[in-house]
Design a protein around this ligand. Structure first.
Ligand SMILES: [Zn+2]
Length: 145
């Protein structure tokens, strides 16, 4: 079987971008530079610097949560996104972008309210939800990719 699920993600420890084979996440991929584990069963952080590479070079859908630390509804979404990332690891990449620290990407996508969830496939935006998404709708939203 030709399994072509790949993701490009930044190592949370040294920030090096790593290309990860998502069909092999059970084998615990490690960062090619620092050797620390790359954990894909939880949301990964993206930034102005890494956003383009992560969304364009990941072959599974990427759900980006545009959030800010001070935003109450964003805090409500966090455990729901953790849950989707854990249940659907290797099938979808859950990414989080702090809009305060990364204003360029938020501006580029015209983010006016947070949280905003944008679903990408092959680097292209294919769906968007503004505001907190009810738990029962989150999987359906991911499935629209
Ligand atoms: Zn590393």
């Amino acid at each position: 079987m030709n399994d072509n699920r790949k993701a490009t993600v930044a190592c949370p420890f040294c920030a090096t971008l790593n290309r990860v084979d998502l069909s092999r996440i059970a084998q615990h991929p490690k960062c090619g530079k620092c050797g620390k584990p790359i954990l894909l069963d939880r949301p990964i952080a993206v930034s102005d610097a890494t956003f383009e590479r992560v969304t364009a070079d990941t072959t599974v859908p990427v759900l980006v949560d545009f959030y800010a630390d001070w935003c109450g509804p964003c805090k409500m979404m966090a455990p729901l996104l953790d849950d989707v990332a854990r249940r659907r690891a290797g099938e979808v990449l859950i990414a989080k972008l702090d809009t305060d620290r990364n204003p360029a990407t938020g501006m580029r996508f015209g983010i006016r309210g947070i949280p905003t969830m944008i679903l990408f496939r092959g680097g292209q935006e294919i769906a968007r939800r503004v505001g907190a998404v009810p738990p029962k709708d989150l999987d359906a939203f991911v499935n629209s990719a």
